[in-house]
Design a protein around this ligand. Structure first.
Ligand SMILES: Cc1cc2nc3c(=O)[nH]c(=O)nc-3n(C[C@H](O)[C@H](O)[C@H](O)COP(=O)(O)OP(=O)(O)OC[C@H]3O[C@@H](n4cnc5c(N)ncnc54)[C@H](O)[C@@H]3O)c2cc1C
Length: 542
């Protein structure tokens, strides 16, 4: 399953090889201190905003300014199609963004947590609030988000209209399903409120739309009670089949664990972890996974294979941030000795470098290397195809570790492009949702339910974030061919590609993979064709 026109083999010249192998020469002395100082300044700013400024009042003024920018764009002849002014290097994505220009870029300086409503169990936030900022705000107050993506720098706006997943998604679905309502500035400058009860079409179309329907300026996200610890059990596995069967069993069981995660280190070595909330911990079994001197989570988990399994208690915030320093396992490619004890104790407190700084300084050679020799892809497949998918990825990429994360898809009222039953979207939910009386929690999903197969289908995110094996062996291998094979495989198995990365699919294939019915209706209804780029234009390989 290769692309029709054979792609030229991608050779690595000596200079690129040198820059990749020795990237740490720039990262350790320059980018790590810069990242650390930047984080420090941001926390001072957060403190200042939260304590000394009244964010909600400023919020309205900031939204008016966004509307004003759109009006100015119209008055100036509507040049180019609108997009956010966020510089591409700041975004946690592998796409090359070439369409941002001063005349079509809208500044969205919305970085604040607006309010916490315990009675309705929602937190109201601006879209540039980061996962790290929100976790630091909610957890000490006894609350958390149902789905907490792991990298601190991910923004709630990007996770909502882009892609957001975590190891609780088998209970709650993608991050976007936790969003209860939002405010959107449309292409004509109007501000609308969208929820399952108002402008439901727009609300349901926003996930996966990548900013092509409007600018989200505020969101209400569901919250759930937090506990102090996650009691985590490590289950070793010794084959792809065993790992996939265990993942499926754990994700689909009655009252599943709060967290189910799989990591395959090779076809014969894997760990599946299951975690439940716990308010107390067994002394001597507490592991602070995100302490700067702690071994990175993935490589430490691997040790449980030889040990035959085990369990421990991880403080909740440490659990959420368990992959932060190792960036799953990416940090090892950038600072090869970063997980050695001497480095962790000496400089581990500065890890990881900010992804945005890495992107800003990568230069053309490293960028090309990442395009051609490095795979960062999330593939969503129905859980019954998990084993076949992992075996296929083993053949086309041979890239480990592989990350497995089960995810529930809503079959009855899906959001975004994911519509596994292939039923056309209605513009409204089939039975119009009744607005809950005030004081009633607005959560769209029940908490801790048994999987209801009429309402949900279990999918799994199979993520490859690695350099494929043939490259390590010095073979002439172009990872883009592997990605093309992956896309074809997903088309044949009711799968979906996460769109933070570039897609090589044709427009026709894209529309076979994703159900754009509702999306098209909404774009048509609001006259957005000449205002925002179509999502395919944004994510295709150019
Ligand atoms: C190395 C790497 C690691 C990753 N790890 C994880 C992970 O652990 N968990 C996870 O869930 N995902 C992960 N992702 C994927 C990531 O979640 C998505 O790329 C996400 O969409 C990026 O969010 P961002 O905050 O960088 O937003 P951006 O990239 O800035 O935005 C994403 C999209 O949303 C649009 N957008 C942003 N804000 C608005 C707004 N206010 N209004 C309208 N449109 C808007 C942008 O135009 C863009 O198209 C990872 C990706 C990479 C490359």
């Amino acid at each position: 399953m290769q692309s029709e026109t054979p792609r030229p083999k991608a050779e690595i010249d000596w200079l690129t090889g040198f820059l990749i192998r020795h990237r740490w020469l720039l990262v350790v002395p320059v980018l790590l201190p810069l990242s650390f100082v930047f984080e420090l300044l941001m926390s001072v700013r957060d403190f200042y905003v939260r304590t000394l400024r009244h964010a909600p009042k400023k919020h309205d003024a900031r939204v008016r300014d966004i509307q004003e920018q759109i009006r100015r764009w119209q008055e100036n002849g509507s040049k180019g199609r609108l997009c956010t002014a966020r510089p591409p290097w700041m975004s946690i994505s592998t796409r090359m963004v070439k369409y941002k220009r001063p005349e079509n870029s809208i500044h969205i300086p919305l970085y604040d947590i607006l309010s916490l409503d315990i009675e309705r169990r929602v937190v109201r936030v601006e879209p540039r609030v980061t996962v790290g900022q929100l976790t630091a705000y909610l957890v000490p107050r006894g609350w958390t988000l149902p789905v907490v993506p792991e990298l601190n720098d991910l923004t709630v706006g990007g996770l909502y209209v882009g892609y957001g997943i975590e190891v609780s998604a088998h209970k709650y679905g993608l991050f976007s399903e936790s969003v209860q309502s939002c405010d959107v500035v449309l292409g004509d400058g109007r501000l609308v409120h969208a929820s399952p009860y108002e402008d439901a079409g727009l609300f349901n179309a926003l996930p996966w739309s990548q900013g092509s329907l409007g600018f989200v300026v505020a969101m209400e996200i569901a919250i759930i009670p937090a506990a102090r610890f996650v009691h985590l059990t490590y289950h070793p596995t010794h084959s792809i089949k065993e790992a996939c069967e265990l993942m499926q069993r754990e994700a689909c069981r009655d009252n599943p664990a709060e967290f189910v995660e799989g990591m395959l280190f090779s076809p014969r070595e894997g760990v599946v972890t299951t975690g439940v909330f716990a308010d107390t911990a067994v002394p001597g079994k507490i592991h602070h996974a995100n302490r700067w001197y702690a071994p990175w989570f993935a490589s430490r988990s691997r040790r449980f294979i030889a040990a035959g399994g085990g369990d421990e208690f991880i403080p909740l915030t440490h659990y959420y941030q368990r992959h932060v320093r190792g960036m799953y396992w990416e940090s090892e490619l950038i600072v090869p000795f970063g997980n050695r004890p001497w480095f962790r104790y000496l400089l581990g407190w500065m890890m990881p470098p900010k992804i945005s700084f890495l992107r800003l300084t990568q230069g053309e050679r490293i960028r090309r290397y990442y395009d051609e020799k490095h795979v960062v892809q999330d593939a969503l497949v129905p859980v019954e195809h998990m084993e076949k998918t992992v075996c296929y990825f083993d053949r086309i990429f041979e890239a480990y570790p592989v990350w497995l994360c089960p995810m529930r898809v809503n079959r009855k009222s899906p959001r975004g492009f994911v519509n596994p039953d292939g039923r056309a979207w209605g513009d409204r939910p089939k039975k119009p949702s009744k607005r809950p009386r005030s004081g009633v929690p607005t959560m769209a999903w029940p908490v801790g339910p048994t999987l209801n197969e009429n309402k949900h289908e279990m999918y799994v995110d199979v993520a490859v974030v690695a350099v494929p094996g043939p490259i390590f062996r010095g073979e002439d291998y172009n990872a883009m061919d592997g990605v093309r094979g992956m896309e074809q495989f997903l088309l044949e198995h009711r799968g979906y590609q996460a769109l933070y990365s570039v897609t090589q699919m044709s427009a026709d294939e894209f529309r076979r993979m994703f159900d754009c019915t509702l999306y098209d209706q909404v774009r048509h209804r609001y006259g957005l064709d000449n205002v925002f780029m179509d999502v395919y234009e944004k994510v295709r390989l150019t």
